[in-house]
Design a protein. Structure first.
Length: 291
């Protein structure tokens, strides 16, 4: 039995869709099962509720071999660390009492950075907590999601890409479909043991200026990158309804990215994720803009 948390989220729904095409028994934890794809809904067992609820977790993890673990964001929380750990503590207890063998977690690159990193730091604390539960663990570690740019589709279509990241510094990126593919592969593999970090990132080494240039070429319209200082970025995020703590966490995360939190992982040998930024722009971003 494979259990999927956050099955309607950006990553979880892609993992669930891929696993639903196999013959493996599947179970999902969903607050609102009606949001599941109807075709997939008929294929899976559903435990209704939050995967931050100990009783829900105990039911969902019963008889499970593997779990996809993903803490959903909460932009209104006043304590991002508490949000991550309040989800993960009951999960660790349920993992132990229900005898779950393997966990695939969605986390961030840069754990070796060793300094405060805004919203990335709670993800690292989550990893440590899961590892302390003694389960076999693969921490899928990601940099900047390409899909984050979809929130700026209108502004970029009008010619401006706003970013708190240093314009001339390469920023490691990844497409969520590559994260989902890596997670699916691990969830279907019953042979791995131990605890490891698995970096998942594109082979690109693009700066935000390079990204703007690529978007301009794909969209066939001028796009320029504009740097937003961290104070302006924090204020802008708060203006979208985020809590002050979450907005500050985003700004601190950008500061860590500008300070090189991803550099060691980006330069390490390994097989890059298959989706390049240009390919993503062609296949995902352009249809979102023009559609």
């Amino acid at each position: 039995m494979i259990v999927i948390t956050a099955p309607t989220g950006r990553i979880g729904h892609q993992v669930l869709s891929a696993l639903a095409r196999t013959d493996r028994p599947l179970r999902v934890i969903a607050r609102d099962p009606s949001r599941l794809d109807p075709a997939v809904r008929e294929r899976v067992e559903v435990v209704r509720g939050s995967h931050g609820d100990p009783e829900v977790l105990a039911e969902a993890f019963e008889g499970a071999d593997s779990v996809l673990w993903l803490v959903p964001p909460d932009p209104r929380t006043e304590d991002a660390l508490a949000h991550y750990l309040d989800f993960t503590r009951p999960a660790c207890e349920a993992l132990k009492t229900r005898g779950v063998k393997r966990v695939v977690g969605i986390t961030s690159l840069g754990r070796a950075y060793g300094k405060p990193a805004g919203l990335l730091s709670p993800a690292f604390a989550m990893d440590r907590l899961i590892e302390s539960a003694g389960v076999d663990y693969r921490a899928l570690a990601m940099p900047f999601f390409m899909e984050n740019l979809l929130g700026q589709a209108a502004a970029i279509a009008a010619g401006t890409f706003f970013t708190p990241n240093t314009l001339d510094r390469p920023l490691a990126t990844v497409a969520t479909r590559d994260i989902a593919e890596a997670a699916t592969r691990l969830l279907l593999d019953d042979s791995w043991t131990g605890q490891e970090e698995v970096p998942v990132m594109s082979g690109d080494a693009l700066t935000p200026e390079d990204m703007a240039r690529t978007m301009s070429e794909v969209l066939e319209r001028p796009v320029g990158a504009v740097h937003a200082d961290l104070g302006t970025y924090r204020t802008t995020m708060a203006g979208y309804g985020m809590s002050g703590a979450w907005a500050q966490g985003l700004a601190d995360m950008a500061a860590a990215q500008n300070d090189g939190i991803y550099d060691a992982d980006r330069e390490a040998p390994g097989t890059p994720a298959p989706t390049t930024f240009r390919q993503w722009c062609q296949e995902v971003f352009k249809p979102a803009v023009t559609g």
